[in-house]
Write a protein that binds this ligand. Structure first.
Ligand SMILES: Nc1ncnc2c1ncn2[C@@H]1O[C@H](COP(=O)(O)OP(=O)(O)O)[C@@H](O)[C@H]1O
Ligand SMILES: [Mg+2]
Length: 365
């Protein structure tokens, strides 16, 4: 039961994520909720009494005003999908519905509901990106297999040759063949990525992060500070801890390399490992009530803008000696757990965020 009183309805309107706007018969604005103020970028006080066309510009709908006006006389509500509204210098995509409120004894008025759909478009783009990564990973794995197969033969033949050579000086050459074959096999192994079946168990993410922290600290030889910012109330995950460590270590290792190669000019080099619970998060097409977020933050140079769109693709590297596999493998692992990795980078602050669904935490499609 709702407690009585108009205050309650006002509160409901204030908290709706749908933008709600009302006008009188002359299409003069009589009401806007905060979502409408945000969407149309105009304050309620300024909009009040203005004509609808002064706050609502449907870019391609020349006849939008006429159609809206007509609703008042016909009382037929209508919905327009993927309309483009001009808001300041930007355009936003919205679905909007217009209905007439005709109650006896009350002046007729018009009710508009608007819902922004850019966020939905972004989600489907994310899905497309994920599918793209999967396809590329598949390709890379295929190539790695093809490289590995003949390598065993080449290496074995070089070993036999070394034994049969009359002049021991010549084994220098067979040694080169063997070394290079080994190098190539290592690369192919990395291209293949994790191959053993995951060993699922209850994992405390903070134990994984502590392992990573000590590994990276050793490698950093005391040059870098690693700060922990953990939410210790997070529940355990069901995962293979070795895989999670590998994924997070690939990201943290990149941060370490970036900090070493281009140290921050003013601040001491620092990596932060942060864990949080994040509510209402959509991955692919699934909306999760709660996910775990792991942020790996560094104060290094940032990712060059020419690279940032492509860093999750295999074989994309900004470093001369890089293989460009680290992030692609990390994305692959996290994807196995129906999670997502995002990146936000500018000079002085690069944040990689890993989102992992917590069990029973999703509401379905
Ligand atoms: N924290 C970071 N700061 C700056 N650049 C980064 C960071 N993380 C990744 N990168 C860039 O992304 C590229 C791809 O990373 P990765 O897939 O691990 O391949 P690799 O480390 O072999 O180059 C790196 O070469 C680097 O240019
Ligand atoms: Mg790397």
């Amino acid at each position: 039961m709702l407690p009585p009183g108009i205050e309650v309805y006002k509160q409901i309107l204030d908290h709706l994520s749908t933008a709600v706007l009302m006008t009188d018969e002359q299409l003069r604005v009589t009401f806007m909720n905060p979502a409408a103020e945000m969407l149309l970028a105009v304050s309620r006080n300024r909009a009040m009494g203005q004509h609808l066309r002064d706050v609502f510009f449907d870019v391609i709908g020349d006849d939008a005003m006429a159609a809206i006006q007509q609703t008042l006389s016909t009382a037929h509500p209508f919905t327009k999908r993927e309309a483009h509204l001009r808001v300041g210098v930007h355009e936003v995509s919205v679905d909007y519905t217009v209905a007439a409120l005709l109650s006896p004894g009350m002046p007729p008025s018009l009710l508009m509901e608007m819902q922004q759909i850019d966020r939905l478009l972004r989600i489907s783009r994310e899905e497309a990106i994920l599918a793209n990564h999967q396809a590329t990973r598949h390709l890379v794995r295929g190539v790695a297999h093809e490289i590995k197969n003949p390598l065993g033969g080449i290496r074995g033949a070089a070993q036999l040759l070394a034994k049969a050579l009359p002049d021991s000086n010549l084994t220098e050459y067979t040694a080169i063949i063997i070394d290079e074959a080994d190098r190539l096999r290592n690369l192919a192994d990395r291209m293949l990525g994790p191959r053993k079946l995951p060993h699922l168990q209850a994992v405390n993410i903070h134990e994984c992060l502590e392992r990573i922290r000590s590994l990276v600290l050793v490698e950093a030889e005391g040059e870098i500070n690693i700060v922990r910012d953990y939410d210790l109330s997070l529940p355990e995950l069901r995962a293979d801890p070795d895989q999670l460590i590998q994924a997070i270590l690939n990201i943290t290792g990149n941060a370490l390399q970036a900090l070493r190669e281009h140290p921050n000019q003013t601040l001491p080099p620092m990596i932060t490992l942060r864990t949080r619970a994040q509510r209402q998060f959509t991955i692919g097409s699934i909306r999760h009530r709660i996910v775990m977020r792991i942020d790996i933050i560094d104060n290094g140079p940032g990712i060059p803008s020419s690279l940032v769109e492509r860093i999750f693709y295999p074989m994309v590297s900004g470093r001369a000696s890089g293989t460009g596999l680290g992030l692609s493998i990390a994305q692959d692992i996290i994807h196995q757990y129906h999670g997502l990795i995002e990146c936000d980078s500018r000079p002085g602050q690069t944040v990689f965020s890993i989102y992992l669904p917590l069990e029973n935490g999703h509401d379905g499609r």
